[in-house]
Write a protein that binds this ligand. Structure first.
Ligand SMILES: [Cu+2]
Length: 440
């Protein structure tokens, strides 16, 4: 901090010093009776040659950078759309490089060629309609071609998938990715954030976690069970406090009461979900399974459905040249058809350690840089084997909900556990005032 301040002060002082020197120079030329623009012809010619020298260094460094870093360290595209995007990218580069070389050559060569010559008379050339026309129509035409080609590719990426495309959900949250395969029916179960949570079967001690909020009959029952458990736990704590076993601050107690009420509201809405979805739609999720590695089949089209639990993320497959934002509360889609297996890419790139990867390409928080998922491309047979053996593989409905879930308990439990501190409406006045944190 201190060092930065010193550097800033030094920069400001240097600028002031240069400005003062310029001022002194201007005043001294004025005193000597010379005009500022009277420059020695020899000095002027040196400057003109330096223009040419600069042009050569400028172009030299440009081509060096282009060949050294132009591809951003990426090998050839490994998906069908990637080939198209690379072709478009190269086309843009060719146009840009040609215009760049042409305009900069003219700029510096003319500066050199038309350096001041006292014997030369300038030609008065104020306006030319034909020239105006050319430099309006030609760039407009070139831009139109680029934009039309770009839109065609974009429509291809975001448009409907072909009938044999496999549907896979890619779910982002701070800070990891989960893939949800749609199973044999190729239909993803619906999802609802209210179902995100976990619960324990008190008899079998099995824990069910629904981190993606997948909607199925089983997951709805589990969530109701989980909410019942959460409410029970809160009730027990509030009861213990009423009995004097533990002591909370008034604010804490109110927070807990507000939480109970919120959980009850959510539970009622979850109970109505059972009737909201037709039974066959509730069954879409039954064969869904999640994985922490994205295994794709070569030459198979995939229709990715992207979601986010919390903030904006962006699913970026650098080798497929595919990227799409993951927006909370919305679903976005992306089509990808890998054309080389991981093994084939290892041979192509001469890199035995090559691996495909899915990255997050939106700065989404402190661990953004760790947010990635391994991607493997293999044959159909390899995929089938992976599907069976992969340890992280889990069916959404792998654990059945306990049979005795009380889903009809819709009567609000009494809130005034706490002696006379709460009035009849269930409001929570404590020691003559509304304490902070009271939600109702
Ligand atoms: Cu992210």
């Amino acid at each position: 901090m201190g060092m930065k301040f010193v550097v800033l002060v030094v920069i400001v002082l240097v600028v002031i010093a240069v400005a003062q020197i310029m001022r002194v120079y201007e005043l001294s030329t004025k005193l000597s009776g010379k005009r500022e623009e009277d420059i020695d012809l020899r000095v002027n010619n040196i400057n003109a040659s330096l223009m040419l020298a600069f042009l050569l260094v400028f172009f030299g460094s440009f081509f060096y950078m282009l060949f050294e870093y132009g591809r951003g360290g990426l090998p050839n595209a490994a998906s069908e759309i990637g080939l198209e995007i690379d072709w478009l990218y190269n086309l843009n580069w060719w146009i840009i490089i040609l215009v760049f070389l042409l305009t900069n050559t003219l700029l510096f060569v003319f500066s050199w060629k038309y350096a001041y010559d006292p014997k030369r008379r300038a030609h008065w050339f104020p306006h030319d309609n034909r020239l105006e026309m050319i430099w309006t129509v030609v760039p407009a035409g070139v831009l139109a071609v680029i934009i039309i080609l770009g839109l065609m590719t974009w429509n291809n990426i975001t448009g409907p998938a072909s009938a044999d495309a496999i549907v896979v959900e890619i779910y982002g949250k701070q800070f990891d990715w989960t893939a949800r395969y749609s199973g044999d029916d190729n239909k993803l179960g619906y999802s609802d954030y209210k179902l995100i949570g976990s619960a324990e079967d008190t008899t079998t001690k099995a824990t069910y976690t629904n981190s993606l909020g997948v909607v199925s009959k089983n997951s709805i029952q589990w969530r109701i069970h989980g909410i019942n458990q959460e409410i029970e736990k809160l009730h027990k704590q509030i009861d213990d406090e009423a009995k004097g076993k533990v002591a909370f601050s008034a604010a804490n107690l109110n927070k807990m009461l507000a939480k109970v009420e919120k959980l009850e509201r959510i539970r009622e809405r979850i109970i109505t979900m059972i009737d909201l979805y037709e039974p066959e739609k509730l069954a879409y999720a039954n064969d869904d399974f999640t994985a922490k590695t994205l295994f794709l089949i070569k030459d198979q089209e995939y229709f990715f459905v992207l979601r986010s639990q919390d903030v904006l993320h962006s699913a970026y497959f650098p080798h497929f040249r595919a990227q799409m934002n993951c927006v909370p509360g919305q679903r976005t889609t992306l089509k990808v058809k890998p054309i080389y297996t991981t093994q084939e890419m290892r041979e192509k790139t001469n890199n035995p350690d090559f691996n495909y990867i899915l990255l997050c390409n939106k700065i989404c928080g402190v661990s953004h840089s760790n947010m990635n998922m391994a991607v493997v491309v293999g044959t159909k047979a390899e995929y089938d084997a992976w599907k069976v053996t992969d340890g992280s593989l889990a069916l959404t409905d792998s654990i059945a909900a306990p049979a005795n879930i009380d889903i009809k308990r819709m009567v609000m439990p009494e809130v005034n556990h706490h002696g006379g501190d709460h009035d009849a409406e269930g409001d929570t006045h404590v020691e003559g005032g509304h304490p902070a944190g009271n939600g109702h």
